[in-house]
Write a protein that binds this ligand. Sequence first.
Ligand code: FAD
Length: 589
Amino acid sequence: TLYETTSSLPETRFDYIIVGGGTAGCVLANRLSEDRRIKVLLLEAGGNYHGVEQLSIPFNSIRAAGPGSAYNWNTSTTDGGTYSRGYVLGGSSSINGMFYARGSQDDWNRYAAVTNDEGWRWENIQSYLRKNEQFVPPADGHNTTGQYNPDVHSTTGKVGVSLANYPQVTDQLFTEAVEEEPSKFPFQLDYNAGTPLGFGWVQSSIKGGERSSSAAAYLAPQYLNRPNLFVLLHAQASRVLSSTSVSTNIDTVEFSQGAIGDSTVVTLKASREIILSSGVVGTPHLLLNSGIGPASELSAASIPIVHENPSVGKNFSDHLNLLNAFALDVSEPFVPTESQTFERYTLDPAQMADVTNEWRTTKTGPLTSNGLSNQIGFSRIDTSDPAVQQQLAAFGDPTPGPHSAHYGFTPINGFAFGRAPTNNSYLSVVATVLQTKSRGSVSLNPSNPRGQPLIDTNLRSDPYDVWAMKIAFKDSFAFLATTPWVNYLADSQAALGLAPVIDSGFDDALIEQYINTHTSSGIHAVGTAAMTAANSRWGVVNADLKVKGVNGLRVADASVLPYVTSTNPMVAVYVVAERAADLIKSNYN
Ligand SMILES: Cc1cc2nc3c(=O)[nH]c(=O)nc-3n(C[C@H](O)[C@H](O)[C@H](O)COP(=O)(O)OP(=O)(O)OC[C@H]3O[C@@H](n4cnc5c(N)ncnc54)[C@H](O)[C@@H]3O)c2cc1C
């Protein structure tokens, strides 16, 4: 059942308390409450997801709750930017781009190697993928033959996954470009089979024309109604602690209703375990406030040390994004009219009203689209040039293996992030460096440790990341240089500072300058409570996700992944949560 206030909770003793009702937290709430004898409390700082139309319309995608939204934590970064994360049941799965991607087999085999636990290997996580995924037909009912490999998908899991729900003008251009240059841009039937390299169709967490967030899937009414599951909204935890004289025996969560700093501080106990699922920022913030972290940082904030661990909040590993936008000249007959790009809806309230009406009545139409892209490509750096090979070797190749991309790019039929800056139509190409070498951190604000933590994304601090982005950027232009795209882009004007780069004939120094001013976080960070082997000299949790140095506490969310995935990371978070539930249950059987 959902509760809005602590005083309305009918129980005060629970077997498990899960802190954070996000992507991972909703999975744990569902799985741990499958046994009706077990009482599970899920604490979520934000409000309800169910019934919020703006979040369930797929087209709103990353526009649903961008910076400034009430569903976004709106946390600033130390460089003056923001780091988005969901502040609502379902967490970031309720506000994200919905790209469904499992990483590469190498990603998982590296997690297994770092943790010394075969259970994280690609072949061994397949059962968790099956528990998570429910592959469904797209909202437009088109024939999906040849757009995916049915053999690698499950139809029995919880999160709905579908191929392109609404056609785009870019579908044909993408397909033709791949046919024209198969050696450079090979077709990939299904990037979710462990070997994502190549160019193919995007799969999205969309079901029946609606966003299939973790809250929609794992906390659907039939699960929420379980009498042994208690979900408390607007409950923001400040720390975990011990109710006994042994400070490392963690059994209590301290939280307040509304914002941290409220005078009404409540504590509740879990008889079995507390699971932190507050995400890549929230989890290290809670650990630090609980006295688990680097000694100097804790002393600076006057927090008594429960267990010293220098790794907490470190190793913030993210993707690096570059948005290239081209303003299309809609006066030319052979370029798309405005009606063919997303600006038709984002800039015209009347057309938006029409398609909203269609979505409300039949859950079909343009708003069932993920609002971003129907295709994506993943590539490795071409090392046929010995100079490139030497340079890559000098940096040290950060990819986990030959099946893993260095970078990816996706063409977007409209302006990618938010509203277009002018009244125009756009083509965007977002290029992403997938395995970056820069590492950021989440740390306490020493003068206000319970206030928002300091997020230092530290993007581009390692020169490899800029070098790899240069290659990704040039390759995305090589893609746009294929015949179908050349025709589409004729007479278009480069936007967002691209024109000088193109006019210079892609001068290296200008590209670098452009990268330094226009790249941003992929908002895909992981790693701030990394899982490593029990005898490792770094890391925050062991392979079974138990926090090193204390008892009664686990972490299950993006923060435990020691390296970011070579594709978008949401599915990896689902796998972590599904396996966490199994690991926890096996402790008590
Ligand atoms: C805008 C955006 C777009 C993205 N697009 C994609 C995509 O297309 N595909 C993809 O694979 N990945 C995408 N990602 C990344 C992906 O969504 C995240 O990696 C993943 O959802 C993280 O899951 P999590 O469980 O670790 O954290 P979250 O889902 O963020 O959950 C953490 C939860 O804990 C709550 N919380 C935090 N602190 C506290 C506290 N102190 N007390 C109580 N509750 C607390 C939060 O409110 C939140 O609900 C995107 C992310 C963002 C932000």
